[in-house]
Ligand binder design. Structure first.
Ligand SMILES: Cc1cc2nc3c(=O)[nH]c(=O)nc-3n(C[C@H](O)[C@H](O)[C@H](O)COP(=O)(O)O)c2cc1C
Length: 190
């Protein structure tokens, strides 16, 4: 890892959408980005259900931190990270971060990311949304976070689910300042 390497925290929580996680990690494979990861207990469960994987099967992770480990680097603003992505993000984790409740390392790292004024992206996944969810999203938007629900687009004609997930993963990268040259871009219709 050299001085130019960007370092991000990837937090995986227990919402549906684990295909986006593997898409993001595949996208970052040959990039100069070190991914330090945290996964909640529910995240591990849903990863198993949807992808038939355990966390250790996920590719291109630089380092794992236990979700209960408050001594880990992401718990401190002095650790150098460029951004944090919560993908997918449950409404439970959304609520914890919105209220400043640092109940586990994911919540604490998100709180630290906000206080250090670094990009924090929450790929919140739930439907339909109740007033509490909407209020929590607005509170975090106002606090400087990026609310980026996984909403697939169709105008680039994704051939399959993996391609669709990859396009969304690319949008996430753009949002947190990881500008990848290999992403498909809308070129207009002429
Ligand atoms: C298969 C499955 C899918 C789930 N999908 C969602 C979801 O899309 N959004 C959500 O907020 N919670 C979802 N949940 C519920 C969360 O996993 C649960 O509320 C959990 O306590 C969240 O904990 P965490 O935020 O620490 O991961 C799902 C649970 C299961 C088993």
């Amino acid at each position: 890892m050299n001085e130019q390497t960007q370092r991000i925290i990837l937090a995986i929580t227990g919402a549906t959408g684990m295909l986006y996680v593997t898409a993001l990690l595949d996208l970052l494979a040959d990039q100069n980005v070190a991914v330090d990861a945290i996964i909640s207990a529910a995240g591990s469960k849903v990863l198993g259900l949807e992808q038939d994987m355990v966390p250790e099967d996920l590719p291109n992770i630089n380092r794992w931190f236990a979700v209960a480990d408050f001594t880990a680097p992401p718990a401190s603003g002095s650790a150098r990270y460029d951004a944090m992505i919560i993908l997918p993000c449950t409404v439970g984790t959304l609520g914890a971060v919105a209220s400043g409740f640092s109940g586990n390392l994911i919540h604490r790292a998100a709180d630290v990311t906000l206080k250090e004024r670094r990009p924090l992206l929450l790929a919140v996944r739930e439907t339909p949304l109740n007033r509490t969810h909407l209020n929590n999203m607005l509170a975090l938007h106002d606090a400087g976070a990026i609310i980026c629900p996984p909403m697939p687009s169709f105008y680039l004609h994704p051939a399959d689910l993996a391609t669709m997930a990859r396009q969304f993963a690319g949008r996430i990268c753009d949002q947190v300042g990881l500008h990848l040259h290999k992403l498909p871009r809308w070129q207009g219709i002429s």
